[in-house]
Design a binder for this molecule. Structure first.
Ligand code: HEC
Length: 165
């Protein structure tokens, strides 16, 4: 009887462990983070690491270009006229990611983990109204996400496919 009780405790503990996924590494957990969860964390990371130059709402400041509101020129295809660091086009989200990982924050480039950069990018995409579903965003997925441009059919699901643009 005593043995049985111990067995029950051990089995129960085993279940609990699986329930809380203690066996999962942090890296694995980060990979399972949904796009919306990434964006949620990205908001705080943006405020802490990017807002002082790019503005609280991503509207840009004297120090740095806007990163929110593509209708007003954010994340333009070609580098802005005053750009010094950016020489490449932003065609896919991965192009932006590579630039940001290598160059931002401008006063301490590369200070964040790649996971955190992608959280900020998820937040930025959301703030720009991009409709990209809820699948985890990483470099591989970003390479397949073409940044919608005026006249593109990709501007989001709300644009009717019969648009005359
Ligand atoms: C110290 C100021 C500063 C901080 C902090 C900063 N940036 Fe920048 N950022 C700049 C400047 C300046 C540029 C223009 C670079 C150039 O010469 O092309 C820029 C450019 C960019 C661009 C490209 C914009 C475009 O249209 O060419 C993106 C995207 C960007 N930053 C994202 C971020 C993110 C994300 C963070 C936070 C992790 C961040 N930045 C933090 C100053 C800053």
């Amino acid at each position: 009887m005593r043995h049985l009780r111990w067995l029950a405790v051990v089995v129960f503990a085993g279940c609990m462990q699986r329930e809380t996924r203690d066996d999962e590494t942090k890296a694995e957990r980060d990979q399972h983070e949904s796009f919306n969860d990434q964006a949620l964390k990205g908001a705080g990371l943006y405020t802490a690491n990017c807002a002082k130059c790019h503005g609280v709402l991503g509207e840009g400041t004297k120090k740095a270009p806007r990163v929110v509101d593509m209708d007003k020129g954010a994340l333009s295809l070609n580098p802005p006229a005053e750009a010094k660091k950016r020489t490449m086009q932003f065609v896919t989200v991965a192009d932006v990611a590579k630039f940001v990982v290598a160059n931002m924050p401008a006063d301490d480039a590369g200070k964040l983990s790649e996971d955190d950069y992608f959280r900020i990018l998820a937040f930025d995409l959301k703030a720009n109204g991009a409709k990209v579903g809820n699948e985890h965003l990483d470099m591989a997925r970003a390479a397949n996400l073409v940044i919608p441009r005026e006249g593109d059919q990709l501007k989001g699901e709300e644009r009717p496919s019969t648009s005359m643009r």
